[in-house]
Write a protein that binds this ligand. Structure first.
Ligand code: ATP
Ligand code: MG
Length: 413
């Protein structure tokens, strides 16, 4: 049987389950289940019953379309409870021998041994770079000689309660969590080129509830952040500005929205249904663009501040890559470039085959990225040597080895 992986992207707006075969050059999609989300706000659970029902619906759809029973999945996580920091760890190398995987493992353990409040847990530990006997910026120390190995690691932590609530909701839908993966790491995996990661780039995934950021430099992740502002706030602004329901405002945004006022014809109008039983009213598209531009500008100012706070703003030679459902908003690219000062590229998942039509859309970057990211974490490839939970008895790298089947053929299949 082929090795299949399952991604479960639990978004604020949609739940997307993908069953796929992850190959070197592409991802062959065997089944997909996309359903509207419920019970999530700004990336965290606020109604477990509704969320469980939404996850179940998405998983069942993916099971039906793939013909497999889904038992486990890689699950996305975001929300403003996410925090990240960089930490250094070191280990002595005994005797005259090259560095091996156990040494890296121990150095990572020591980087990880920082004081973390009892109500938080480690989601990922990503090695950024190594130093061997003081020689900095060693990429891959395996086999190299030295007496002291140091690792500089990026550590991502999450609120234990938020993670537990998400895990409960997934489990109640009959799926166990293979691994939690931070949204922007998954999105980066789906849309960034190796050149961009090398040169320095920020991936910005603008969803319904959150804007997820990850900075990649010299091939690995150096900084991550989740900003609790997304497309829902733009829609909210339109409900007030136009005095319409959330659903009408959402439709206005998707069908007539523009983030750049000056690009909109000042004479262009369209009709909407206001609250109550009133007659349809005519709305200037420029009025809509004005509202959207204000919110999008504000969002990119927050993004810019976060990048500055990271200290890496001068190192992003490949600029910004924007994805997520809101990346489809016309004019967003221009406003993003203007406010951030970076060259901007809009991206969606590429190199998809099989039942992939619905996934070739910026809204599914996290969903698709979960597959590759999850599998590479399990194989323990040094770049992604990360862990989603404190592993009993340590052993970051060893414990991740081995890809296992997480699917059972349906019925007599
Ligand atoms: N064509 C479009 N034009 C403008 N906005 C759009 C378009 N399509 C989707 N959106 C917006 O994208 C947002 C949803 O994006 P996405 O599907 O990435 O969110 P999500 O993953 O469910 O949420 P999150 O990751 O924040 O939890 C919504 O605000 C929606 O209005
Ligand atoms: Mg999302």
């Amino acid at each position: 049987m082929r090795d299949l992986a399952v991604a479960l992207d639990v978004g604020t707006r949609k739940i997307c389950t993908i069953v796929a075969e992850v190959r070197t050059d592409d991802i062959f999609v065997v089944g997909v289940g996309i359903e509207p989300s419920a019970g999530m706000k700004k990336g965290v659970v606020n109604d477990m019953g509704s969320l469980t029902a939404a996850i179940s619906a998405s998983v069942h759809k993916a099971e039906k379309s793939s013909g497999f029973d889904i038992a486990r999945a890689f699950v996305s996580v975001a929300g403003s409870h996410i925090a990240s920091l960089n930490s250094r760890g070191a280990v002595g190398i005994a005797g005259q021998r090259g560095v091996n995987i156990d040494d890296i493992d121990k150095a990572m353990e020591s980087a990880r041994a920082i004081a973390i409040p009892h109500n938080r847990e480690v989601l990922h530990v990503v090695p950024r770079s190594y130093a061997l006997d003081g020689q900095e910026r060693v990429r891959s120390p395996i086999g190299m000689h030295g007496f002291r190995l140091e690792v500089e690691a990026h550590i991502i932590t999450a609120s234990s309660t938020s993670v537990a609530n998400l895990e409960q909701s997934v489990q109640r839908a009959g799926v166990s969590v293979d691994r939690f993966i931070l949204n922007p790491l998954a999105s980066g995996e789906a849309v960034l080129t190796p050149e961009e990661r090398e040169m320095g780039v920020v991936v910005i995934d603008i969803g319904g509830g959150t804007t997820d950021l990850a900075i990649f430099i010299e091939g690995t992740v150096w900084h991550t952040a989740v900003i609790p502002v997304g497309g829902d706030l733009i829609t909210n602004d339109l409900t007030y500005g136009l005095n319409v329901s959330f659903d009408v405002a959402e439709a206005v945004k998707v069908h007539h929205g523009h983030a750049l006022l000056k690009a909109v014809d000042p004479l262009e109008t369209f009709l909407i249904e206001p609250f109550g039983e009133g007659m349809p009213i005519e709305v200037d598209r420029s009025a809509v663009a004005e509202i959207i531009e204000a919110r999008v500008s504000e969002l990119f100012n927050l993004v810019k501040k976060e990048i500055k706070r990271s200290g890496y703003d001068g190192m992003l030679r490949a600029g910004a890559v924007i994805t997520g459902g809101c990346a489809q908003l016309p004019g967003l690219k221009e406003v993003a470039a203007r406010e951030s000062g970076f060259p901007v590229r809009i991206a969606k998942p590429e190199r998809l085959t099989g039942m992939a039509d619905a996934l070739r859309d910026p809204a599914y970057s996290t969903s698709v990225g979960l597959l590759r990211m999850g599998l590479s974490m399990e194989s323990g490839a040094p770049r992604e040597t990360t862990t989603s939970k404190p592993l009993a008895g340590g052993g970051l790298v060893k414990a991740l080895g081995g890809v296992f089947k997480r699917l059972l053929p349906d019925g007599d299949g």
